[in-house]
Design a binder for this molecule. Structure first.
Ligand code: NAP
Length: 311
């Protein structure tokens, strides 16, 4: 089968489109014919080797943490799935990923794919959806009626956090560049504002807020200023660097390390099928062009969430 792999860490040029053996499912594993994976910023960090200590991968490595595809073969002790089922998964970070014609997935990571989107676009959901869910409901413990500021709201994770928060009955202030504003209003954000002027403080955007969620990689000094946007007794949750706590005001803080969870992913899929969560796919690119896609991501040329189509 065809797969995209890298044999050493480095720039996008280390990615090679190769012929490799098709894997066979072991106990508890499912062989999935890949329809698509997607690009996540962490793919770039893994390929560059900057996460080698945190995520101990084996080289050569197939990137692609997201999976949308069709069940091709079941390993021993796998129940509740049949060959031909359309599935999605967040694959384990330390094993072969979805940039291949076939991939092995742990059965418990799989959820039925949404019925209301094309299968390839469903690859936009797993990692970002789980990151959004875990940030909003596990770290921030978001409740109906709360005020929430989402920084980086137009991005892949942020757009899903906005929609989950609106769906949960929160009042959302969405922060991102103007080109995302119409979509964020459409998601139901109460207020949409441009990038924060951190010197102006929270009152300039109607804060402070009971919950502040951050998806923008900024300096430690800027992260520290975000603490001021959290109301007394509130919480800051971040996927992109740690916002300091303020114990004197009862402000706590939590950082995400997203984990795969098939049951949680199934709840996200149900929201997609119920029309309560929309996937925003900016581009579809062929897997054979993955090196160019990584190059574009590194140069800031991606226009949004990009799914990567298997051959
Ligand atoms: N730790 C974890 O488990 C975990 C899991 C998932 C994601 N993450 C991290 O979370 C971050 C977001 O991921 P993502 O996939 O959502 O990335 P993304 O799609 O690139 O989203 C980032 C968003 O932030 C916007 N932005 C950039 N600078 C901004 C500023 N100064 N103020 C407001 N908005 C700004 C970007 O706008 P433009 O598009 O206009 O530039 C973009 O819409 C990444 O750093 C990623 O690595 C971590």
């Amino acid at each position: 089968m065809k797969a995209m792999r890298f044999h050493e860490f480095g720039s996008s040029e280390v990615l090679r489109y190769e012929d490799v053996d098709r894997p066979a499912p072991g106990t508890g594993q499912v062989l999935v014919r890949v329809a698509a994976t997607s690009f996540n910023p962490v793919d770039d960090h893994i390929r560059a080797g900057v996460l080698a200590e945190m995520i101990p991968i084996t080289l050569p490595y197939v990137p692609g943490i997201d999976l949308a595809g069709t069940v091709a073969e079941l390993g021993a002790d796998v129940r509740g799935l049949e060959v031909g089922d359309r599935v999605v998964a967040m694959l384990p970070l330390d094993s072969a990923g979805g940039a291949a014609e076939y991939v092995l997935a742990p059965a418990e990571s799989l959820a039925p794919a949404p019925r209301t989107t094309e299968l390839v676009d469903a690859a936009a959901l797993p990692l970002t959806g789980l990151a959004a869910w875990q940030t909003a409901f596990e770290l921030a413990e978001l409740k109906p009626g709360q005020t929430v500021l989402v920084n980086g709201a137009g991005g892949a994770v942020g757009g899903l956090v906005v929609q989950l928060a609106v769906d949960a009955g929160a009042h959302v202030t969405a922060v991102d560049a103007p080109q995302h504003a119409d979509r964020l209003r459409d998601y139901g954000a109460d207020q949409v504002v441009g990038p924060l002027d951190l010197t102006a403080g929270p009152a300039a955007v109607g804060g402070p807020f009971q919950v502040v969620v951050n998806h923008v990689r900024v300096s430690p000094e800027e992260l520290a200023q975000l603490t001021n946007y959290v109301a007394d007794g509130g919480v800051a949750a971040s996927t992109a660097g740690s916002i300091p706590e303020d114990p004197a005001r009862g402000v706590r803080s939590a950082n995400l390390w997203v984990r795969s969870d098939g049951a949680q992913l199934a709840e996200l899929v149900a929201k997609v099928d119920a029309g309560r969560l929309r996937l925003h796919v900016a581009a579809r690119r062929p897997m054979a062009e993955l090196a160019a896609l990584h190059e574009d991501a590194g140069a800031g040329r991606l226009t949004g969430k990009t799914v990567v189509l298997a051959p």
